[in-house]
Design a protein around this ligand. Sequence first.
Ligand SMILES: Nc1ncnc2c1ncn2[C@@H]1O[C@H](COP(=O)(O)OP(=O)(O)OP(=O)(O)O)[C@@H](O)[C@H]1O
Length: 578
Amino acid sequence: MTSKVGAVATRTYREKLGPEILEVFDRSYNSFTDVQVLAGTHLLNLSDVVVESPTGSGKTLAFVLPMMRMIQTAKLQSNEIGALILSPSRELCSQIVSVIEPFAEKLKLTVETVTGGQKVDKNIKTLKNKNINILVATPGRLFQLIQHEKTLIARKMRTVQLLVIDEADRFNEIQFEDHMREILSCIPKQRRTGLFSATQVKEEDDLMVFGLRNAKQVKVSQERNSAAPSSLKNYFVECPADEKTSVCLEFIRQRTDKKILIFFPSCNSVGYFQKIFERCLTKRPLFAVHGKCSNPHRAAQIKAFSESTNGVMISTDVMARGIDISDIDWVIQFDLPKHSSWFVHRAGRTARCGREGNALILIATEQLAYVNFLDNHEKVKLEEVKVLTSTSRKAEELRQKMIKIQVSDRAILEAGTRAFVSHIESYAKHDCHLICSLDDLNVVGLANSYALLRLPKMRELSNRKDLDQFDRSAIETSDIKYADPKLEANRKTVMKEKHEKKVETLAAKEKKRREKEARKMKRMGGRYRSGSQNVRQAEQKRALKRKSEEEDDAKNDIRLLKKIKRGKLSKKEIKDVL
Ligand SMILES: Nc1ncnc2c1ncn2[C@@H]1O[C@H](COP(=O)(O)OP(=O)(O)OP(=O)(O)O)[C@@H](O)[C@H]1O
């Protein structure tokens, strides 16, 4: 990496750090990187800093070195916390601690971490009983501890000289805002604050939340003002959506001696493709991590991948930021990242600190606009490559193989469906939906890349007209068994119970229907009966009425006849009668 910082500034900075810190630094490094001199100088001059420097440019030491010096000169008591470092993931926290430890050992300072995945009561015991000079924490866990022990934590942190926020632009995401506010309420305002990231927040009010005072802006960029290091070559390969998995595998197969990191959109995608890749890349060491794995598993997988020479790691964005594995040759992105700023962080897992590195993103034909977007908005220029060994015939052969793998174990069938669902859900939320919308995505093609046997019903796909192009497999999925005998036995029991419940429900429905029908007939019958009854009654009434009318007529006639016989009828009356 060519340095743009002058020799005088570098020398002055070295002198400020003091002999003990330099002794440890000189054991591992020949010279400072630019960001280390620029950011370190400002912090030691007691200025707040907002630092933006490409991935892999040495930002960790850019805050660790001045931090150690600040604590050393503050002459803290053994149980006083001098610095608080916040980082978004437990892996990054442990990575930062590993950089701090050699310096802490030399200066006889103590470092502790509080992160997710650790037991809360263990964290509280550590805070209560241990001497801590440097605390490295994930904001979520520290926030949780403050909820439990605010007084204790505020008391422990009243001597904090420096607050460092690593991957700072992440902390502007909604879920961190409350955490940040609560944490800042526990540390002194007269501290120094340093924000570090390869893609820094720009808006003033986004910076306000961190309590900065007259912060110095440190921007170290290389060509085209990009957050990507100049030693990183970025590529894209255009492929039909239904050939993505095939292209990805062919690309890996062509690089048998390379260490490759592949980003998938979700935990479920990582879980599913781990099972597929295990059966397709049989000779390659394969590793997988995602946010739902336990701490020990994640740490073990990352360590094993770091130590491998040609390993393939499939991961979610839990490895997208900060993770420092120096000899990754290729980073592959299976699909667009959820946030476009993450593209640089993902790709920046390679080409660390001046080393060469390559990154590839798989772009479906309908996503090509993303290439220009990256060029214009993330200052990242992508060069097109072809994966000539991947053909539509090979993609279909792979799809058939993936179907066979799913048929061999229901757990993989279900993992594939969950993976596809979470892929679509993630895609529906990415921040470039104006240029790469879900509506434009070839969902049926992507479903074939996942080798789905059935298209799952999803709210996100409910209005689509193209789903009937999906070739629904003739395989009866309900016949696919779990490979795990216990799961299969349980499934059979569940299916039997479901069947019996269904029979019962149908029988109950039928009974209810019959009863309802009977009641209806009864009502109808009654209404019918009462109807005919009424008719009869009406007829009877009419008959009675007729009868009484006839009787009245007969009586009138008799009365008239008598009048006529007695000559008592007037001419008019005779006329009326006739
Ligand atoms: N002065 C230096 N000389 C040589 N290598 C260095 C120097 N400082 C740091 N490195 C190495 O460079 C690599 C990247 O360092 P670091 O992880 O701090 O970069 P970063 O800028 O924080 O990257 P990211 O943005 O991905 O978090 C590490 O392997 C580190 O050991």
